[in-house]
Design a protein around this ligand. Structure first.
Ligand code: F6P
Length: 342
């Protein structure tokens, strides 16, 4: 058996750990060999390969990023994309693919398997934790840990100057990072894309916080929107999956807060710091287990499946189920946090 591997979408701590587990078990237990495809779907589309064997994954468990590179290339948008992928897989004698990605990358894998007979097994990756059918994706815990450390640090500088500190975290469509890091870091206000926020309410919370002699911390997901204010936040450009790039909700909030409350405010945009560097122990554990189970799915010929975490078990779910809709924050979970607001 010859297995192709690719990593697509935004990079994420733990990608290399998945590949190390896949290759170690595949080679040592099953005698398979591997070919890496570079830069997500661009690799099989253009036949761009990389060595992927035991020596390539040595020492890779704690290494952030991906040794294969990543991109947001969508082969279904490319001319003859499916035919070119089929030709390149045949040329490299690849029997099936392990596709490590988020909703977009795995959505392509689901369609390629179901509609075109290209054999794929999926592994769920995203710092945003917004993939359905799995309790957690790897990378999320690292992003939350980075954001929580930042919030801890921002508390002390906010208190020293009695300022508002706004922390913008990632999360275009889902507020998981904001909710988890906001709770873990003791934020006084958490704003998520799933619920439009009322700027007057936010300012009322901030004022009440100052009245109690605390300097408030506001955690806002990059995709959060004020009621009636969406155009302020978009820069207009889109990626090949049609996602609009967002910018500026954190800065926008600081300005509004200053003018409405008369208090000084500063914004910290955490950005790609949340995605870079070494994975936490939890993400190494999860990525490794996903890799060990993904190669078993290949061995079992369970094409069109994705490995997923349910409780403490790793299970297989249909790729289509995991990618048909995003897993967003349940309103009840968000309301649970609002006792700390204001
Ligand atoms: O999907 C993961 C993610 O980190 C989002 O949270 C963020 O909006 C996006 O990627 C950023 O993408 P890029 O690195 O392409 O700007």
């Amino acid at each position: 058996m010859r297995v192709g591997v690719l990593t697509g979408g935004g990079d994420c701590p733990g990608l290399n750990a998945v590949m190390r587990a896949v290759v170690r078990k595949g080679v040592q237990r099953y005698g398979y060999d591997f070919v890496g495809f570079r830069d997500g779907w661009r690799g099989p589309l253009e036949g761009d390969t990389a060595q992927l064997d035991i020596s390539a994954v040595r020492g890779m468990l704690p290494r952030g990023g991906t040794i294969l590179g990543s991109s947001r290339t969508n082969p279904l948008k490319e001319e003859n994309g499916v035919r070119r992928i089929k030709e390149n897989l045949a040329k490299h004698e690849v029997d099936g693919l392990i596709v490590i990605g988020g909703e977009d990358t795995l959505g392509v894998a689901a369609r390629l398997t179901d509609e075109y007979g290209i054999k794929c097994v999926g592994v769920p990756k995203t710092i945003d934790n917004d993939l359905s059918a799995t309790d957690y994706t790897f990378g999320f815990n690292t992003a939350v840990t980075v954001a929580t450390e930042a919030i801890d640090r921002l508390h002390t500088t906010a208190e020293s100057h009695m300022r508002v500190l706004v922390v913008e975290v990632m999360g275009r469509h889902a507020g998981w990072i904001a909710l988890h890091s906001g709770l873990a870091g003791g934020a006084n206000c958490i704003l998520i894309p799933e619920q439009r926020f009322d700027i007057e309410q936010v300012c009322a919370w901030i004022t009440s916080r100052f009245q109690a002699s605390y300097a408030p911390i506001v955690v806002v997901a990059e995709g959060a929107m004020p009621k009636g204010g969406e155009m302020v936040l978009k820069d207009g450009s889109t990626d090949s999956f049609g996602h609009v790039r967002l910018s500026g909700v954190g800065e926008w909030l600081s300005k509004e807060i200053e003018s409405r409350t008369g208090k000084e405010a500063r914004t910290t945009v955490l950005g790609h710091v949340q995605r870079g560097g070494t994975p936490t122990a939890f993400d190494r554990w999860l990525a490794t287990r996903f890799g060990l189970h993904a190669i078993d799915a290949v061995r079992d010929g369970e094409w069109g499946s994705m490995v997923a975490l349910r409780g403490t078990d790793i299970v297989r779910v249909p790729l289509a189920e995991a990618t048909e809709k995003l897993k967003t924050v349940d309103p009840a979970l968000y309301e649970e946090a609002d006792v700390f607001f204001g």
